[in-house]
Ligand binder design. Sequence first.
Ligand SMILES: C[S@@+](CC[C@H](N)C(=O)[O-])C[C@H]1O[C@@H](n2cnc3c(N)ncnc32)[C@H](O)[C@@H]1O
Length: 151
Amino acid sequence: MFSMNAIGYVRSPFQKTTEVPKGLGAKHEAEGILEIREEFGAGLTDIEGFSHLIVIWAFDRSSGFDLMGTPPSDDRPHGVFATRSPRRPNPIGLTVVELTGRDGRMLHVRGIDMLDGTAILDIKPYLSNVPSERLRRGWLAEAEERAEKRI
Ligand SMILES: C[S@@+](CC[C@H](N)C(=O)[O-])C[C@H]1O[C@@H](n2cnc3c(N)ncnc32)[C@H](O)[C@@H]1O
């Protein structure tokens, strides 16, 4: 068993699951805020250098799971671990968002698909598969550059 504590909550325009765009071609461009709890605020230090973030969160309004299911983007069933279904053994969601700004403990982001009030479990910088022209690697790129100069 694992016990986790929310580090913050999502402020989203979506109140109901039916409001979140779904299916083939659905675009996730909704803007929202990741509001981090005061006790975890120092953990945001240097985050603004990153263009995209991985947000790990809890499907807190979903219960139970199905090992097979038919997602909105197909008419054939697939195993839960081959989909992004909210009905999974461990109800963990993962969304890559674009960081558009920071105001203290409020991270302004684009690309959310979570409901308003969703509990955030963790945030990590996104470092792969983002088109290179849009990717900023923040302090890591600077550290790599410094190391190269030392060689
Ligand atoms: C298909 S899942 C994908 C979520 C995430 N991008 C992932 O890959 O883990 C997205 C759907 O989860 C549902 N959802 C969003 N927030 C939720 C929450 N807090 N509890 C339960 N379901 C939620 C909405 O119906 C939304 O369309």
